[in-house]
Design a protein around this ligand. Sequence first.
Ligand code: SF4
Ligand code: SF4
Length: 395
Amino acid sequence: MANRNYRIKQLLQIQACTNCQACAEVCPAVAGNLEGNLSAVYRMKGISRILKARTWLWRKLIRVKEPTREELRAFSDTVFRCTLCGSCQEVCPVGIELKELWHSVRRDLVDSDAYPGKINIIRENLKENHNVFGEDNEERADWVEDIPDAPSHGYLRKQAEVIYFTGCVAAFFPMAQRIPIALAEIFDAAKVDFTLLGEDEWCCGFPLLGAGLRDLAGELMNHNVHAVREKGAQKVVFACPSCYQMWQEYYPREFEIAHVSEFLNELIKSNRIPLQAIDLTVTYHDPCDLGRGRRIFEAPREVIRSIPGVKLVELSRNRENCQCCGGGGNLEMIDAELSAKIAKQKIEEILATGAQAVVTSCQQCVRIMTTYTKRNKIPIEVMDISQLVYRAFKG
Ligand code: SF4
Ligand code: SF4
């Protein structure tokens, strides 16, 4: 473990924690497992102690020993059982940038060889197959075969103005593939000059941040930028908030980028997607990376309200206070049971609204919430914003 994994600002922020516990009150992992040691405040104390123990002067002053491998592993167990939802950061009264700090702590623990073994699967899958699931990346656009009247080019054009970057979850999970299918048909009908990258789309690199392997993301990012350039595109559109956030915050600012909720909103406002009425009451779940992460709250709500017949009822915790679905931070891979407990809390809150369906703007949220409702036979529909628009478009 090394203190060089932290920026000076982070080292100062760690010391600024006032132990107010506000972060613990909003943490979905704490609520899910009723375990205080999953909270940000618990970790802040742990990091502070570890950083001091690694500093010669502090060791002399307060006579603490360097943490053993076992202690680091125990600490790692709390650090990686977190969805990286950012709720703690949202409420922290002293403005500690906790989400970025969790990335740094994970990186530190990986460097210290004190991390969950499943992180190695992410590393290997991305290295060998360029997608987070270890699938054959040549099959990335195979979902197009499920579109009955797909054009012969299969949405793989040599050049186009817009790239639709599908992301690993929508490309490979059958449950989420309805999202790209809906979008491809909508874009086609709206005469958007778009293409997929197919096998030349590699994972955006976002899972590497949560895996503490940020240094490995460069190769993936360079490849993707080159692939978009080759198509002569000016704009890249994402249905996945994590891909979108990754491109916003870590990629070079070479292209205009948009989340699909913004892009669909523009298309609807310019009358390029004819929408028919649907009689449906829905609630909206703000995905963490799109809402708290990128502050996109209104575009998806405007899309929902633009569909005649659709009534929107808000969750009790919405926008920046929206509770995570349980699918972030690679948690599902590391502790599937905790991920499901967080999903349970989410679905209970959704059911309390009386809505017939929950709409979100994230393929991973769709996958997590659909898995939970199907497994537990809960009669509520889960859909992405693109699927709601598709339904109104198809009539
Ligand atoms: S990011 Fe979310 S899950 Fe992780 S500690 Fe903060 S509130 Fe809890
Ligand atoms: S909310 Fe911020 S200041 Fe309060 S305990 Fe949590 S990290 Fe510390």
